[in-house]
Design a protein around this ligand. Structure first.
Ligand code: PMP
Length: 423
């Protein structure tokens, strides 16, 4: 039965008069999938409920923070209790110490953590820090990796294999885009050539060690190790952007899972358990160059907000309980097995609780260049039907889906039945 959306439509009409595109972040406008974005009124566990009273099984989960599902009781309780004692102090407080200790347990190679508010800010801080420490200007990035809306990283590759960045957004000056060198993923030769050409000028190389913003483009460990080697050889700071991956597959980063150690790691999403918290972690030699100890400036009125940090503390404490990650992996395997049975060979990439459907036979691509827009279009065309049948996936076929600890195997089956009704 198709859902009704009259409240959402009315609200979206008003919103478009008030905010650019009616939204606070572009992908929420449903431009790719069409139709009216649903105005959500409440959420619990694996479910979202909209203003018209429709319920959805949610596989977008606020784009990743809600690994414990929506409104997890321990998180809500922590936030409520903290809020009663004050919403913001603008001073030091005990939650900073508690969350820093927890985060560093997950990143044993690091000594210090700086809390910020968004993933974008964490990346901006890491890049400035790398520049400050090395005295160099350039950054290496990989096509298809997203690192927030930092000016110098909103770039696309030019026509060659190793290119200086071209702005991907208006408002990014040419000179700023040109401080970024762009190479494709999964291409050791291009990466090596980039270091040969620019190595002595590269302050940082930044990568999502498991790229998950443009499909789920799983790279080989050998490729990541090569990047590590090149950074060490050229004195370039290696930044793993783990805003999506951090604490998702085990209590720590994807880097440690595959045995490759970065110099800096950026975190967000799960770290804040649904409230705005992000961070940069790394060795003392680097992090101590941040103000007030060092000359690299970074600050924030809302950084380390006590209420937001309390959500992070409660979330990480839940994730430390035995069996949590094993349960997520099992659920992921259930999804993958069901997909194989029903999808008639159509692709699915899955790591732990993260998945990316790619509606073409065979293995999904591992580089941005190999993604075929017409395949992504199949996702976009089917999206409205899934929504009408009560399944909420990310409203873009380039984005990954998420499972939470509150999803059951039966709910995963429900997703499969909606996506493959004829199977
Ligand atoms: N880095 C990565 C890997 C991300 O996935 C994102 C957000 N999707 C960001 C940075 C930016 O984070 P935020 O949206 O919190 O600014």
């Amino acid at each position: 039965m198709a859902s009704t959306s009259s409240q959402s439509e009315a609200l979206f009409q008003r919103a478009q008069q008030l905010m650019p595109g009616g939204v606070s972040s572009p992908v929420r406008a449903f431009r790719k999938v069409g139709g009216t974005p649903r105005y959500m009124a409440r959420a619990e566990g694996p479910y979202l409920q909209d203003e018209d009273g429709n319920q959805y099984l949610d596989f977008c989960l606020a784009w990743g923070p809600n690994i414990l599902g929506h409104a997890h009781p321990a998180v809500v309780e922590a936030v409520t209790k903290t809020a009663r004692d004050g919403l913001a102090f603008g001073t030091t407080h005990r939650n900073e110490v508690a969350l820093a200790e927890l985060v560093l347990q997950g990143f044993p190679e690091a000594d210090l953590v700086r809390f910020v508010v968004s993933g974008t800010e964490a990346v901006a801080t890491a890049i400035r820090l790398a520049r400050g420490v090395t005295g160099r200007a350039l950054t290496l990035k990989f096509t298809g990796c997203y690192h927030g809306h930092v000016d110098s990283l909103l770039v696309k590759a030019g026509s060659g294999v190793v290119t200086q960045g071209l702005a991907d957004s208006q408002g990014v000056p040419e000179g700023v885009a040109a401080t970024t060198v762009v190479v494709p993923l999964n291409d050791e030769a291009a990466m090596t050539a980039a270091f040969e050409q620019y190595g002595s000028k590269l302050a940082a190389a930044i990568v999502e060690p498991l790229p998950a913003n443009n499909g789920l483009l799983v790279q080989t460990t050998a490729w990541l190790q090569k990047l590590r080697e090149l950074c060490t050889k050229h004195g370039t700071v290696l930044v793993f952007d783990e805003v999506i991956n951090g604490f998702r597959f085990h209590f720590g980063g994807y880097g440690r899972l595959v045995g490759v150690t970065p110099d800096l790691t950026t975190l967000g999403k799960i770290l804040g358990g649904g409230l705005p918290v992000a961070a940069v972690v790394g060795k003392k030699a680097l992090l101590s160059q941040l103000a007030p100890l060092g000359g690299v400036y970074q600050a924030g009125t809302m950084a380390g907000n006590p209420v937001a940090l309390s959500a992070g503390i409660a979330t990480l404490n839940e994730l430390k309980k035995p069996g949590v990650y094993e349960g997520l992996e099992k659920l992921g395997q259930h999804l993958e097995a069901g997909w194989r049975q029903r999808a008639k060979g159509l692709g699915l990439r899955r790591i732990g609780s993260l998945f990316w459907p790619y509606f073409e036979a065979g293995d999904p691509p591992v580089t941005a260049e190999a993604i075929r827009p017409e395949v992504i279009d199949r996702y976009h065309k089917a999206y409205g039907r899934w929504l009408d049948r009560g399944v909420y996936l990310p409203p873009s076929g380039y984005e990954v889906g998420f499972l939470s600890t509150t999803h059951s195997a039966a709910q995963v089956d429900q997703l499969l039945e909606v996506v493959f009704p004829e199977a």
